[in-house]
Each structure stands twice: as C-alpha cells, then as structure tokens.
Design a protein around this ligand. Sequence first.
Ligand code: ACO
Length: 321
Amino acid sequence: MYSRIAGTGSHLPEKILTNADIEKLVDTSDEWIRTRTGISERHVVADGETTADLAEHASRKALAAAGVEPGEVDLICVATATPDLVFPNVGTLLQDRLDIHGCPAFSLEAACAGFAYALGVADKFVRLGEAKCALVVGADTLTRIVDWSDRGTCVLFADGAGAVVLKPASEPGIISTHLHADGRYKDLLQYPDGPSRGFHLMREGKAGVRMKGNEVYKIAVNKLGQLVTETLEANGITKDQIDWLIPHQANIRIIEAIAKRLDMPMERVIVTIATHGNTSAASVPLALDTGVRDGRIKRGQLLLLEAFGGGFTWGSALIRY
Ligand code: ACO
C-alpha cells in the first residue's frame, strides 16, 4: 500500500508588501533584496487573519481538487511554527472549521521543513492503512513573529498556506521521504521565546526571529545537497529522471545551488520566491500547487521536494505525481 497525492490547494493573504514598502521600515533597498534573495514582494496577513484562516482556504481548495468531501477526511496533519493558539492545535481548529469530528488532528513544528515532516508522517498513516484520506497542510504567518526592525530577517519572511490530500494507492505516489534534524544548530535560526519561558522577551518587546543568515545559508546548501543525493540513491534513480524540483523558497541562490547540484535547468524548477517570499512550512506545498494549477506539473511526472529550516530540520520527498 502506498499513498498518492489526490489533490493540491494553496492560499495567500490578499495584502501585499513590496520591497518598496519595506524600504520605508528598515535601511534596505529593493535592489539588495532582489539580488541577495530573489524576493520582490510577499503576501502578509491582515489584522485578525490567522494561520488557521490560511490553512482552511488552502484545505478547501485541495479537497475540491481531490474531489473529496470534508467528511471523508480521517487524518489532519498541519505543519506550522506559528499556531493561532498554544492549544488547541491548528489541526483541531481546522477540523472544526471543516465540520469534521473525531478523526486524529494535530500540528507539528519543524519550521520551514515542516511540510516535508507532515508529508512523511501522513504517508506512514496511509501506508499502514490507518488513514484513507489524509489532509496534509503547511501553513505559517511568520510575519507575526518577525522583528520588523531587523533588516536581516524582515525582508525574507511571508505568510501563506498549502495543502495536499493523500489517498491510498497500489503504486506510489509518495515514493520515499527523508527527514533529518540536528539541534546543535539551534542558535543559528530561532524564535527565542515561548510559553515555557514565560514569553518574557515578548512581554519586554524584544521577541522576534533571530538568524545568522550567512551561516544558515552555507549549512542549508551543504545539507540540501547531501539530501537530494541521498534521495536519488535510496531509490536508484538518476538526476535526469526528475521532472520537477520543488524546493523550499528561502533564497533564490540556495535554490539555484541545489538545481546545479542536480544538473537541472531552472526551467525545471518551480520558483515562486519572487512573489511569495519565504512562507516557511507553506512554501513547498504552495510551490507544488502553483506548478500543478498552471499546468507545468502533470500526472505521472517525478517530483523532488526539499526543505530546510530552523532546528536545523531538513527533509525531502520523491513523488510520482
Ligand atoms: N538590506 C541591506 N543590507 C543588508 C540587509 C538588508 N535587508 N540585510 C543584511 N544586510 C547587510 C548586512 O548587514 C551586511 O553588511 P556588512 O557587510 O556591512 O556587515 C551585508 O548586508 C551582508 O550580510 P550577509 O548576512 O552576509 O548577507 P548574505 O549575502 O548572506 O544574505 C541572507 C543574507 C539573504 C539572509 C542570506 O544569508 C540567506 O538567505 N540565508 C539563508 C536563509 C535561510 O535559508 N533560512 C532558512 C529557512 S528559514 C526558517 O526555517 C524559518
């Protein structure tokens, strides 16, 4: 038994923040942001708009694309680092909005690699016969936790959600997932506050994402390079067999470095960073849905998804779409 992607969906908040808008907040320039990151604009949530709102829109589109009624869903797994509440988890909030009751619903946190983790977990449920219709979501509102006076991070992050519906299949589907983490790197990229620390930084107005961008960059390129090699070798396939690379959209230069490692022309890489920015756990399913809906990604093609995030966490999935 395998799982396969029956449908995809995504959602971006309406409000757009351009590089010119950010020039008014911090000492930066459109030229610096575009050349160093590839980002021109990004979507940000409006007052009162939350991760669960974005997740709900993306989920409804994925369910419609899969031809599935919400009532058929028997597992909900939401990857997010920016939940609406500490608890109940975003999975249960989403479950309630979809008017489904009783099936397992949870969120998991693996920063920008969250969707790869969620896909890996949900795939196992389906393979083991414990779920017949899994809703897997990556949704984040990182602009809520960014320090808007830190030009090293505030130019990067954005909000959005992407979702897929997994159903059982006799052939893959999700061929393999590869998940890794190394907590030694916890200080290079973090939001250094939380409930068990009493939210003391937040109360003092000193909270915000902290990142040593240059060091993150080098390790991300290195780990993702190893990861794509591991994924190909584990399945005995060669670089030229991949139809589409669907990378985490953190920085165009990281994306190009991984494409180069795979000898893939950029025409076979789904790149959304220019208008999406880094939407964290939403980035990969957003890129996947973009490629599916604009007709580039077709049924039967071989997809390589990869992501890297705070922790560090990193993960990939090889998928026959
Ligand atoms: N505008 C203008 N100048 C800036 C800005 C800005 N927005 N940000 C930094 N600079 C300056 C720095 O202060 C520095 O100036 P200095 O030389 O006078 O000290 C100079 O630009 C170079 O800074 P670097 O940090 O070396 O710039 P770099 O080329 O590395 O680009 C960036 C920074 C874009 C953040 C890059 O390092 C990067 O993309 N890193 C990886 C991000 C990532 O992959 N994150 C992982 C996923 S996110 C998650 O998990 C939540």
